[in-house]
Design a binder for this molecule. Structure first.
Ligand code: ADP
Length: 718
């Protein structure tokens, strides 16, 4: 009673009640390592003794307030519920049963629990429970320890340390109690915990040690004495361990040994060493008489590759004891069920592994494919980190393109290799990428490491790779294409210059001839000359257009700066063009008193292009409408025809240089595809806009705007 009251902090009220109740105190002090529990009428735990902690791992306050069945194993619930029901019905009744309770670490302990109904006893009013840990008896292969033959070599697998120590303490306790010599070659932690348990069982280890019955050795140290180059040296092993066993066995019936050295080697990954050592133990057993207990933690066999050595370990032992999950099963039926479950588990694991292997294989294939594409690409590819803006990877073609090695490229920012002109441009590009996930540069000049110019086209994407954002720059060398374009431009420029001189003199001689032919008989010749003149005029216009293009390309086209009356310009041109056509009637619908600023002739050229196109592309129609309107800032000129129209997909492209719609019906129209390009350039230079509205087969309207001339306001500088 005195010792118990020290350990169990009952409330003074309860203690007082206990003192007055002999029956209760009797059950309470039965054994001070037992757990005492008080349960009220609602089956709620109102008190737990501190001895719960070493057994189940919980502090008493974690359990007080819980339902009494909270820790009971699901398979034992029926038993415990029945027992509680029986006790609860009869005051003073006492019953006991064995069942499993759950420890805080999730493992199970077997408990022998008895309960007594003292609900009617004033001051107690509780069912008093008394729990004893009987796991060792229930679970450990206890019956073997004394039955063990003199030279048994068995292996015990374990999942929890507690289970190992339960088994081991049973093995040694049985041995020491029978007067056997016991040798323990274990880690320091295991030796200490084993000795605690043996002492708790009442064994005097110091005396046993003095008598030479209990020999404890450190596994690491002992191992180091005979290991050579990762393997146990047979001679040394036989000498060292043999002499220990011989000494221990002197004058005693039997020797028991527990060895953990094999498990240590296994855990180090030295499987060959472990198996070799098992063989040496077996060799030793041929000349020495002892039983040997080996232990391996189950977690050391988690890999598929462990299958074969695991089986081999089994063959080196006379007996194999499975880890606690299966060892605790008492009947053959329970074991068969467990084996079935294990088979299912193994089957599903196998299936899962195969599935994973398939996925891994697919992944490897796609990775290799990606890598190959990356490596063989004839585009330069750079992979960048969006956060640091630094290059993470570059493909071989990138090295070829720029002359930098991959190592030189990695870690650099793009402006450092001249891809963006400076740090600011670099940052802007990254910002744009964050916003749109995509950017494209049509022609970016770039210098190689050796200073050579390269024209490139760049497409950059931002995407996620394994949840991490990545930027990829694809860089295409378009230097060859650009060079060809430049050559073409040069040729056009040169050819048009060369053509201009003879055409100018042709024009001059034509005029001369026209002036000379004055008599009425010359009418026919004059008619031919007029037609020649028209053709020469067309030729001159084509040559001028080509020259204009070359000048525009090189920025050499000069614009006059003047302000002029838009109505007058439009009227003049409409009249001129009307003079050239007999098929179409040009209708000037509206007028406006607008004044614009810029090169009157060039802007006139735009309207001429549009009117000529309107006539050319509406052979079946007879009217072309011209409208001039204005708003606050701009004059708007529109030219509408009722001709063949332009399909949507061509409407943007027709403003490109040399672009012509090449559908079969359009092929018959003559032209070079430069009129609209020149018009766009001219309007753009004046700060205006040009666009088209059209429906295939129904006609087309071109519009262009011109900023109005405003007194005192600065005009666009051309
Ligand atoms: P082109 O000398 O071929 O007329 P342009 O640059 O003036 O060159 O026009 C480009 C293309 O746009 C033409 O080839 C034609 O297919 C189309 N186009 C231009 N104006 C019209 C229009 N009024 N109606 C239908 N198609 C037109």
């Amino acid at each position: 009673m005195v010792t118990t009251s020290k350990k169990i902090q009952l409330s003074s009220h309860t203690v007082k009640a206990l003192k007055h109740n002999e029956q209760y105190s009797h059950s309470l002090i039965k054994n001070d390592s037992d757990i005492i529990v008080l349960v009220n009428e609602e089956s709620i735990v109102t008190f737990v003794s501190p001895s719960i902690t070493p057994i189940l791992g919980y502090a008493p306050e974690e359990i007080v307030g819980c339902h009494v069945l909270v820790l009971v194993h699901p398979d034992d619930l029926d038993t415990v519920q029945w027992m509680l029901g029986e006790i609860g019905q009869s005051p003073g009744k006492s019953l006991s049963a064995e069942y499993r309770l759950c420890c805080k670490d999730g493992s199970w302990r077997w408990i022998e629990g008895s309960g007594t109904n003292l609900l009617h006893v004033p001051g107690i009013e509780a069912i008093v429970g008394n729990f004893r840990d009987v796991t060792e008896r229930k679970v450990a292969p206890h019956s073997h320890w004394s039955e063990m033959s003199v030279s048994e070599h068995f292996v015990q697998f374990y999942e929890s340390e507690v289970f190992l120590l339960d088994s081991l303490s049973g093995f040694i306790d049985t041995g020491l109690s029978a007067g056997d010599a016991c040798i323990v070659i274990a880690t320091k932690a295991h030796r200490e915990r084993l000795e605690e348990r043996l002492k708790a069982k009442g064994l005097d280890l110091i005396a046993a040690h003095t008598r030479g019955e209990y020999i404890a050795l450190d596994a690491v140290e002992t191992l180091s004495k005979f290991m050579v180059d990762g393997l146990p040296e047979p001679q040394r092993f036989l000498e060292i361990i043999g002499s220990i066993i011989r000494q221990a066995g002197e004058g005693r019936l039997r020797v028991r040994a527990f060895g953990e050295m094999v498990a240590l080697l296994w855990e180090e990954g030295n499987q060959a060493g472990a198996i070799h050592l098992e063989e040496l133990w077996n060799d030793l057993a041929r000349t020495h008489s002892f039983s040997l207990f080996c232990a391996y933690p189950m977690h050391g066999f988690g890999k598929a590759a462990h299958g074969a050595p695991f089986t081999e370990i089994g063959t080196h032992h006379t007996r194999v004891i499975p880890a606690e999950s299966y060892n605790a099963l008492a009947t053959p039926d329970e074991r068969l069920r467990a084996v079935t479950l294990l088979q299912q588990k193994a089957e599903s694991l196998h299936a899962e592994i195969m599935e994973r292997k398939e996925v891994e294989k697919a992944l490897r294939i796609s990775e290799t494919r990606y890598r190959r594409l990356f490596e063989a690409a004839r585009d330069g590819v750079l992979i960048l980190d969006p956060r640091t803006r630094k290059i993470l990877d570059a493909n071989p073609f990138m090295e070829e393109l720029l002359g930098y090695t991959r190592e030189e490229l990695i870690g650099k920012e793009l402006f450092e290799i001249g891809l963006h002109k400076d740090e600011q441009a670099n940052q802007d590009a990254f910002r744009k990428l964050q916003e749109n996930h995509y950017i494209r540069y049509e022609d970016l000049p770039l210098k190689t490491k050796r200073g050579e110019r390269r024209d490139i086209e760049v497409v950059a994407n931002l995407y996620e790779e394994e949840d991490k954002p990545i930027i990829q720059y694809n860089i295409r060398d378009i230097s060859a294409r650009k060079k060809l374009e430049r050559q073409k431009d040069e040729f056009i420029s040169m050819a048009s210059h060369e053509l201009k001189t003879p055409v100018t003199s042709l024009k001059g001689f034509l005029n001369l001839l026209q002036r000379r032919l004055t008599s009425p008989e010359d009418e026919k010749e004059l008619h031919y000359l007029a037609r020649m003149n028209a053709q020469v005029h067309k030729l001159a216009k084509l040559i001028n257009d080509l020259l204009d293009i070359s000048k525009m390309q090189t920025g050499q086209l000069v614009y006059r700066e003047e302000h002029f009356d838009v109505d007058a310009l439009v009227q003049e041109i409409v009249e001129n063009i009307q003079g050239t056509t007999q098929t179409h009637h040009l209708l000037l619908e509206s007028q406006t008193q607008a004044e614009a600023f810029g090169d009157r002739d060039r802007l006139g050229q735009v309207l001429i292009n549009l009117l000529n196109n309107a006539i050319k592309y509406s052979p079946q129609a007879s009217t072309v409408l011209v409208r001039v309107t204005k708003d606050q800032n701009n004059a708007l000129v529109s030219v509408q025809d009722f001709g063949i129209g332009i399909a949507k997909e061509h409407q943007q492209k027709i403003f490109e240089r040399f672009y012509q719609v090449t559908d079969p019906e359009e092929r018959t129209y003559p032209g070079l595809g430069i009129g609209l390009y020149i018009s766009l350039e001219i309007v753009k230079r004046h700060g205006g806009q040009i666009w088209v509205e059209s429906k295939k087969g129904e006609g087309t309207t071109f519009h262009f705007t011109l900023p109005l001339f405003q007194e005192g306001k600065r005009q666009v500088s051309l």
